[in-house]
Design a protein around this ligand. Sequence first.
Ligand code: SF4
Length: 350
Amino acid sequence: MIKRRASRPVQIGDVTVGGAADVVVQSMTKTDTRDVKSTVAQIDQLAEHGCGIARLAVPDMEAAEALVDIKGKSSLPIIADIHFDYRLALHAMESGVDGLRLNPGNIRDPEHIKKVVQVAKEREVPIRVGVNAGSLPPLAEGEARGSHVERMVDAAMGKIQLLESLDFELIKVSVKAFDVLDTIDANKALAERIPYPIHLGITEAGTPRKGTIRSATGIGILLYEGIGDTIRVSLTGDTVEEVLTGYEILKSLNLSNRGPTLVSCPTCGRTEVDLVPLVNAVEERLAKMEKSIKVAVMGCVVNGPGEAKDADVGLACGRGRGVIFKKGEKILTVEEKDFLEALMAEVEAF
Ligand code: SF4
């Protein structure tokens, strides 16, 4: 059982981040924010797969202006991701967004931040101080170049202290790097120093295979240490995949039981069916399901049921025929052509 670090909760629309709330899986839309229709459609897709919060890039005023329309149609709370121009943050808040992400590396003028904070306070819009290793504030003249980790933590702390000095505490924080160890060290250092919720992620983690591994390692280790209130998996790929991967990380640590868990064997010399396409088809059918159920698809009738004895519903495939079992007990024999439908019928009825 993981003992989570206590944090001060903030509210992003109707979603609580921090405190006693479950770890929230969030993602970013990959559409052009100025394209309202596509962006709203992608938000709906994220929501269907259990995403809790959608973050949207706001690269210019036209994108900021689109937010009011998007917000009116969005099925999820929205966070505006702001870099460089504080006026975009002001406009995003006027459009009704539920949260802001500011990058301390490129919004640095305290006067600009004051203006943002004033409106954020009035509208009770939480601000994430989102530090990225790739866009740290430049060193002041004569300032010693510390380690990457120190510079990330300093950048976050500097901005947090500025927000606190303005009597603003609706804060979330993230420190992300491509380097997994730097991300872990920076988050651990930060977690000891602040009471605010922490958003975890490995930035620019890469294509789905690499990105999933780097994210699972970095985010997983921190979650295991009790650190992290919301997570975003960054993949060079489908945004829905980010959400599904996020849930797999949480489920592997028993921090979520949302949706089905698929157990499948690696196949071996005993396998007597073409298991991989079958498992992929099952995975696809399970992806949108919300019920918590453990489903097993195994490549043989000899070891299959035993290997998947914890599953709620399982299929052990033999040559031409297979056995469906519930909680490890055999309930049905099915023909190979019916494997998928017969298994899914049992899953749906469970
Ligand atoms: S369940 Fe059967 S086919 Fe699959 S890995 Fe185990 S022994 Fe091999």
